[in-house]
Design a protein around this ligand. Structure first.
Ligand SMILES: [Zn+2]
Length: 399
């Protein structure tokens, strides 16, 4: 049966408002004329929408600029102080919480190390304390909080708001949303970390708005977030992208998931640390600021430590050749390597590229852009974008 979707004038007004907000989020302050031409709307329509958004305090007018016709005009921008949002990066060995305003400026952040394999309650207690402090900072600034997005390593059931299963942490059916919504009194969204990274890449990555993208999150775990034709692939249960647990090498290494030879057993953080130790690199137990051994290794490698660079080069080859399989499966225009090890992998970017392009069909490699991101904020920025998406879908306009 053909179901015809009908939109009334209010729906169209709302959809147009969402488009205007999206345009401002991706491109910053813009004139009404520029918004109209970018969205293919009339200037009158854009002016009406902007007037409503200004009345609702979601956007405001800012400095004068000289327009194309030489006349001065006002720019429209998101009202950064409309409210705030929280993002949590709940990785296996570390957690970070940030508080940002609607303009995506980070107002507060704090990180804490976590012990891999520790019980869920122990990790969640650390995260809850950080969330509490972030909310206090938001309240002190008189910012209304629109929500918290938790980006988790592992398989996330978004509908139930749970971490369904962590192949490395072995956390099972950990309820995050219900518990934290009642405790903190704001909406909580739970997302897989690689999916959050891909959402960052889609909105703010090297090509904002890119429709076909693979984001590889490389840390203690290894997973991919994939956009195809502008849609994030989630799969039947929402678990799509567990590429770290696909077979990679006959290495007889038992993976935390119970299988042998998974890709993560060669290039994940535990494997990289093991390989560094085997190569004679003496990583101190309390290495680096806040006990972050990745930072310690990065600094040494940056100073030209040959043993470290050799290990990173060989991991880079394995990363590139595994990524070639993803490129051939999904045919993206951009592939981003991010996550906790992104910074280390950025030191061997040419090696990764070489291995990847060597093993990718030339016709698909031709138009592929490969980027190794050394930022540790991708999953957090993706989390903030997730909360902002919800806020934008239902802007509080007059009916
Ligand atoms: Zn595995």
């Amino acid at each position: 049966m053909l179901v015809q979707q009908k939109y009334d004038r209010g729906d169209i007004r709302r959809l147009n408002a969402v488009s205007v907000l999206n345009q401002l989020r991706s491109n910053g302050a813009q004139s009404r004329a520029k918004i109209a031409s970018a969205l293919g709307l009339t200037r009158a329509t854009v002016s009406n929408i902007v007037a409503e958004l200004i009345a609702a305090s979601i956007v405001h007018e800012t400095e004068y600029v000289t327009g194309e016709a030489g006349r001065p005009g006002l720019l429209v921008r998101l009202n950064a102080n409309y409210g705030c949002m929280l993002a949590v990066d709940l990785d296996l060995d570390r957690t970070t919480v940030v508080l940002a305003n609607v303009g995506q400026e980070i107002l507060w952040r704090e990180s804490r190390p976590l012990s891999v394999g520790a019980p869920a309650q122990e990790g969640l207690r650390v995260v809850s304390e950080l969330i509490e402090r972030a909310l206090e900072v938001g309240q002190a600034k008189h910012l209304n909080c629109f929500g918290i997005c938790v980006a988790c390593a592992g398989m996330v059931d978004r509908l139930l708001g749970q971490l369904a299963y962590g192949p490395t942490s072995h956390w099972e059916h950990v309820s995050l949303r219900d518990e934290w919504e009642s405790r903190f009194g704001v909406p909580v969204y739970v997302e897989n970390e690689a999916h959050a990274g891909a959402t960052w890449g889609h909105h703010y990555g090297p090509r904002p708005g890119v429709q076909d993208l693979v984001y590889l999150s490389l840390g203690v775990g290894l997973a991919a977030g994939v956009f195809v034709d502008g849609v994030l692939l989630r799969g039947q249960q929402g678990f799509a992208g567990q590429v770290g647990h696909t077979f990679f090498a006959d290495n007889y290494v038992r993976c935390s998931c119970g299988k042998h030879g998974c890709w993560v057993t060669e290039i994940g953080a535990i494997a990289v640390r093991r390989k560094l130790v085997e190569a004679g690199v003496a990583i101190p137990e309390d290495a680096g600021a806040n006990g972050d051994w990745v930072e310690w290794v990065y600094e040494r490698a940056n100073k030209g430590d040959a043993a470290i660079m050799n290990v990173l080069q060989s991991v880079g080859v394995q990363l590139g050749s595994g990524a070639a399989r993803l490129v051939q499966t999904f045919n993206p225009s951009v592939l981003i390597v991010g996550g906790r090890l992104g910074k280390l992998m950025s030191l061997v970017e040419p090696t990764i590229q070489e291995a990847l392009f060597e093993q990718t069909l030339p016709i698909m490699a031709k138009s592929l852009q490969v980027v190794v991101s050394d930022s540790s904020d991708n999953h957090l920025m993706g989390g903030l974008a997730t909360v902002f998406d919800v806020l934008m879908r239902n802007p509080k306009l007059r009916d």
